[in-house]
Design a protein around this ligand. Sequence first.
Ligand code: ZN
Length: 187
Amino acid sequence: MRCPVCEGGTKVLDSRDGRQGEIRRRRACNDCGHRFTTRERIDEVLPMVVKRSGERQPFDRRKILLSLEIACRKRPVSPESMENAVRAIERWAATCGERGVDSSAIGEQIMHHLHALDPVAYVRFVSVYQSFETIEEFEELLHEMEKAEATDPEGQRTLFGGLEAVERPLPGLRGARRREEGEGEGD
Ligand SMILES: [Zn+2]
């Protein structure tokens, strides 16, 4: 980008997320030193999601947010952190330069972000998701969980129960499991 004052070359000092998919960059001119801010919109054209069956459907951010919200229920994860994760996944999908993204790749993105957000939420998602083939199936499970929780306060524990069922230890899993056990489960 050229300097608006002298048309010299510029460098980026700082980048941050602005409102609604916008990236704000603080720039400085290499020649005259002028400092200015640009706002760039990332390409908002989201790819289609390709299910295992080969069927394509539009990218749906609500499903991703719902997955995060349920995995993070009663965990110290702010709505803002979840929103940031959804936005990051949207940016990933919008910029990976493919005509479609596999629903399984979206599941992996969700795991990646949950791993950074909260170990227990991560284990919940992984333990449930690994037994399902696609995010669509996971979504069905989410609805079942919602229903179970509405009728039975212990429903969530039942559905997410048996963390031992996660056979392959994944990064962060061991610590997460220990932490959950330490929360006075043995009553
Ligand atoms: Zn300049």
